[in-house]
Design a protein around this ligand. Structure first.
Ligand code: ATP
Ligand code: MG
Length: 199
């Protein structure tokens, strides 16, 4: 299905494994856009799902989200996609999300086909980093974020899966794929690659 022609701005999805630096890089990308007077809304998919769940009275706190059944989670995922598409209809959006979420029964897709169809992104930007660096970043945040501590091998597998997911999304929706490297101490460089997608 071709992407939406009614859209005023661009929708760029940014994915990357937990701790790779999405929130850090996207905050810098937003500042780079602002500096060039390009208006962009930063949207976090997880926050949008939480909003949908709260509206329906399903949860009061974010932690309760994990206890919802898979069917409910999928309904929330779709409701969030529709809400994000409405924001994107009005202007530029940078969407912070995950391509695959590690669950006890395997990796769950963050952008299954029905979400891709609903979002119709212009680009998917994959944020990647050296697996050993990602390990260190997760450990550094251990006190404030409950992130899994994975081996460099598992981190590499998860990143590889992310590339496959991006390729599948591109073929499905016609969006472009961009790989941005978040090198140690160089989040600004990755931010520029992403900000340039709105210029
Ligand atoms: P999550 O998916 O769990 O939300 P994330 O991808 O948003 O994770 P961040 O919270 O942005 O990751 O970053 C994780 C940690 O890595 C933070 O401590 C951040 O300061 C650090 N970090 C991010 N980018 C870099 C970089 N280029 N060099 C060094 N440290 C970095
Ligand atoms: Mg984050």
């Amino acid at each position: 299905m071709p992407k939406s022609t009614a859209r005023k701005g661009r929708l760029v999805i940014v994915t990357g494994i937990p701790g790779v630096g999405k929130t850090t890089v996207l905050t810098a990308a937003l500042a780079a856009c602002n500096a060039r007077s390009v208006k962009v809304d930063l949207v976090n998919y997880g926050n949008m799902m939480f909003e949908e769940a709260s509206k329906k009275g399903l949860v009061k706190t974010r932690d309760e989200m994990r206890r919802l059944g898979v069917k409910t989670q999928v309904q929330l995922q779709l409701a969030a996609a529709k809400a994000i598409a409405r924001i994107a209809a009005k202007g530029n959006v940078l969407l912070d999300t995950h391509m695959f979420i590690n669950t006890p029964i395997g990796f769950m897709p963050g952008i299954p086909s029905w979400v891709g169809e609903s979002l119709k992104p212009d680009s998917i930007a994959l944020l990647e980093a050296d697996p050993a660096e990602v390990s260190k970043r997760r450990q550094k945040d251990a006190a404030i974020r409950a992130r899994e501590a994975d081996s460099p091998e598992r981190i590499s597998e998860h990143q590889l899966l992310g590339r496959s997911g991006a390729a599948a999304l591109a073929v499905q929706t016609g969006c472009t794929v961009v790989i941005a490297h978040n090198r140690e101490g160089a989040a600004e460089a990755a931010a520029k690659v992403i900000a340039d997608l709105f210029m």
